[in-house]
Ligand binder design. Structure first.
Ligand code: GDP
Length: 298
């Protein structure tokens, strides 16, 4: 089990002499513990380093409040800084741009990350919470089972799916979805792109083409929150090549420490909008930075 950061820091500070303000040495000792805690929570090394620097700048010389121990005080500074990085300005958390109907939402990510499931979850949410008429289309021409999977989910949640026409290319299906959305009076159409086992050029080129023909209002990257450093690498690649507008972190019902969330935010600067919390269609929530901060702190 991970040792709780608060306990660790209390231990560190017990050994130090009490002073009126956090001294440079106090802070340095504490920050070593913070760094270890971040790395154990799967935060990437450069991100952990920058984070610790930011905390150091805030903590050094800060007056020690009478009511808390120095350890608690550093934990609070770390906690606040975690939330600041995880939330950004917070304006886009739980939000999707779906004005100017029909608005396209492009779903991207690696295979198995939870893209199809999340597409359906978001469609259900838009329908139930915002009363939107949603059309979903699968662009996964490589795996007919994935197309069927989206249809099955659509039937289950009462959201229409674009009829499957074998032999079409992803960009052609996307055009057909746009056409159908226009003619059918849909507010939103969601495009579930094909995933790959790893990032490759053909995948990126395909997604770029789909993006060009639909001009999506949102390009959401769906990543498995349990994959740690790989998730960060995936986010960096997709954002660099395609340009994403936000992230959905799946499998946050698992026991991951959530460090990937911090790294992804720090590296891409793109908002984490939602988290997946299970396989069921309503197991989707807006992202709560405080909960992830709590997990990272342990
Ligand atoms: P895709 O290949 O990216 O489209 O991935 P899928 O949507 O097919 O999901 C792969 C598996 O992960 C399925 O069994 C989903 O039910 C499961 N899954 C998706 N999101 C979550 C989540 O948030 N939590 C859990 N526990 N399972 C999930």
């Amino acid at each position: 089990m991970f040792e709780n950061l608060s306990e660790r820091l209390s231990g560190v500070f017990d050994k130090l002499t009490k002073q009126g303000a956090l001294s440079e040495d106090d802070v340095k000792t504490a920050l070593r513990e913070v760094r270890v805690a971040l790395l154990e929570a799967d935060v990437s090394l450069p991100v952990a380093r920058d984070f610790v620097k930011a905390v150091e700048a805030k903590a050094t010389g800060q007056a020690v409040t009478k009511s808390v121990t120095p350890g608690q005080q550093v934990v609070k500074i770390v906690h606040d800084e975690l939330i600041a990085v995880l939330a950004g300005d917070g304006a886009e958390i739980g939000q999707l741009k779906v004005d100017n109907p029909p608005a396209a939402i492009l779903m991207v990510g690696l295979q198995g990350g939870g893209k199809t499931t999340t597409t359906a979850k978001l469609a259900k949410r838009l329908k139930d919470k915002q009363g939107k008429r949603v059309l979903m289309a699968s662009l996964d021409v490589y795996r007919p089972a994935a197309m069927d999977q989206l249809k099955v989910l659509g039937d289950q949640i009462g959201v229409d799916t674009l009829p499957i026409v074998p032999g079409q290319k992803p960009a052609d299906i996307a055009k057909r979805a746009k056409q159908q959305a226009l003619m059918g009076g849909y507010d939103v159409y969601m495009l579930d792109t094909a995933g790959r086992l790893s990032i490759d050029d053909a995948l990126m080129a395909e997604v770029e083409e789909v993006k060009a023909v639909t001009a999506p209002r949102e390009t959401l990257l769906v990543v498995d929150g349990l994959t740690g450093q790989d998730a960060v690498h995936t986010a960096e690649n997709f954002d660099g090549r395609i340009g994403i507008t936000g992230v959905v972190l799946t499998r946050m019902d698992g026991d991951g420490r959530g460090g990937a969330a911090l790294s992804m935010r720090a590296v891409t600067g793109k908002p984490i909008k939602f988290v997946g919390l299970g396989e069921k269609m309503d197991a989707l929530e807006e992202f709560h930075p405080d909960r992830v901060a709590g997990r990272i702190l342990g």
